[in-house]
Design a protein around this ligand. Structure first.
Ligand code: LLP
Length: 439
């Protein structure tokens, strides 16, 4: 089974009625580090990285880039790059994190629809390997920056292939009415602009991303065909030597029992077979391939531990169990109606006899983490473990209600290490300023 097809980290087991992850008792982790607590299982993360690298070995020249927007921390960058992945970054902050973690900058690809001038300057200065130009503004800024530094810059052109990938509307990015990338009707103008005005910029190839939490491999087939044909057309019409394709990320994960994402290997096979066929027909050779998965790399490795507090039984209605976190550490249920599953980490073998709703502690009725789930009878102090929270939880967390963001620990072989410190009350006010006239 592919890691993205598992709801829980691969090291999950039950001992003495407790949930164990990475050899660590999650109830002890909750006690030691406090809750809410993000826990990342190193074995699961390394396994999925290996799976990706192995699956794309069948292609002669493929690089897997971890889409760091899913979870960008220094330790995570260390692990994924040790496993041979590069990084897809989308901000000066992600570049800085990678730089300070001493990641090889040439393995970075910088994406985004409104990269700031200082971010592009930083990317060029530290030697980020590829920049995906999303629009004319990017090209003009890069033209200026490359000229002022007399430095060559390698770009891909991000295009919008016009694919509806049947996922939640907010996380579709490759359809035509999208803020991302050049529409297919604008690509020629972009090529002409670069080749005529900016001698230090080299267009290495094309980039697209069709969406996120994708279960249907058909979208990748369409995307691969469109990109391969577009690359061949541009090479022919403009006598270019484009030789790189980046198909983006998007492979889904199994949040609940209803989710059935394809295996990583299946997606790799589909992509490799489609591209090989297209390249042969089009007479293209030695095309480098990038893919940039985020969620499917990190999601399954992560769980979040919460402590049960108040409960409310609505007369003739739902039973709410409130935990000490919620929409500020996991905004996905309230933003996307995302569904998760959980266990009572200290009552793993107890019969699941109560239908409850897991509510967050934030001041909004919509702050519900899981609606209607069967769990053992719970009391204050019990530990809830929500699975599959590695992606887009910490990275989208906020300080709503002035609540400190949770810490994160890495577990492996019965050892736990902090990789992100829990915020303190001091951290919360550290950026505040009281002007003199208010004192
Ligand atoms: N490449 C590009 C250009 C992207 O825009 C994205 C995600 C990825 C790669 C990685 O996609 P993944 O493999 O993680 O699906 N916050 C949302 C997801 C937003 C995804 C944005 N772009 C969520 O929590 O579901």
């Amino acid at each position: 089974m592919s890691v993205n097809q598992s709801i829980k980290p691969i090291t999950s087991e039950v001992k003495n009625n407790h949930l164990i992850v990475g050899g660590c008792d999650t109830v002890e982790l909750a006690e030691k580090y406090g809750t809410p607590l993000y826990v990342i299982d190193e074995s699961t993360l390394r396994k999925v990285c290996k799976e990706y690298v192995d699956a794309f070995k069948a292609y002669p020249n493929a690089t897997v880039l971890y889409a760091s927007k899913a979870l960008a921390t220094s330790a995570i960058f260390k692990i994924v790059t040790q496993e041979g992945l590069g990084l897809d970054v989308v901000s000066g902050g992600e570049i800085y994190t990678a730089y300070k973690a001493e990641i090889d900058m040439s393995t970075l690809m910088f994406n985004g629809n409104n990269k700031q001038e200082w971010e592009l300057e930083a990317a060029v200065d530290v030697g980020v390997g590829r920049i995906s130009a999303d629009n004319f503004h990017d090209i003009e800024l890069l033209g200026k920056i490359s000229k002022s530094r007399n430095k060559a810059v390698n770009i891909l052109l991000r295009i919008t292939p016009g694919i509806d990938c049947h996922t939640h509307e907010y996380i579709q990015t490759g359809h035509l009415d999208s803020k991302f990338g050049f529409d297919l009707t604008q690509v020629d103008e972009a090529v002409k602009l670069v080749t005529s005005d900016y001698p230090l910029i080299t267009i290495k190839g094309l980039h697209a991303h069709i969406g996120s939490q994708i279960f249907d491999t058909a979208g990748y087939i369409d995307e691969a065909k469109i990109l391969a044909n577009e690359l061949a057309r541009l090479n022919k019409e403009y006598s270019l030597n484009l030789s790189e394709l980046n198909l983006g990320g998007g492979l889904g994960v199994k949040y609940t029992h209803e989710d059935n994402p394809p295996e990583i290997g299946e997606v790799a096979d589909v992509v490799i077979n489609t591209l090989s066929g297209e390249f042969k027909n089009l007479g293209l050779k030695n095309i480098k391939l990038y893919i940039e998965p985020g969620r499917s790399v990190i999601s399954t490795s992560g769980v979040t531990l919460y402590t049960v507090g108040a409960e409310k039984q609505v007369p003739k209605g739902a039973k709410y169990i409130s935990v000490d976190g919620g929409m500020a550490d996991n905004p996905r249920p309230s933003m996307y109606q995302a569904e998760y599953t959980c266990d009572a980490a200290n009552k793993m073998n107890n019969p699941k006899e109560e239908l409850v709703t897991i509510a967050g502690r934030f001041c909004e009725s919509g702050d519900i983490l899981i609606k209607d789930i069967k769990l053992p009878s719970l009391v204050p102090g019990d530990i809830i473990c929500i699975y599959n929270t590695g992606a887009y939880n910490y990275s989208m967390a906020s300080n709503y209600n002035r609540v400190q963001k949770p810490g994160m620990v890495l577990v492996n072989n019965s050892q736990s290490d902090i990789i992100v410190y829990r915020e303190t009350l001091e951290d919360l006010i550290s950026q505040d300023n009281i002007p003199d006239r208010l004192k």
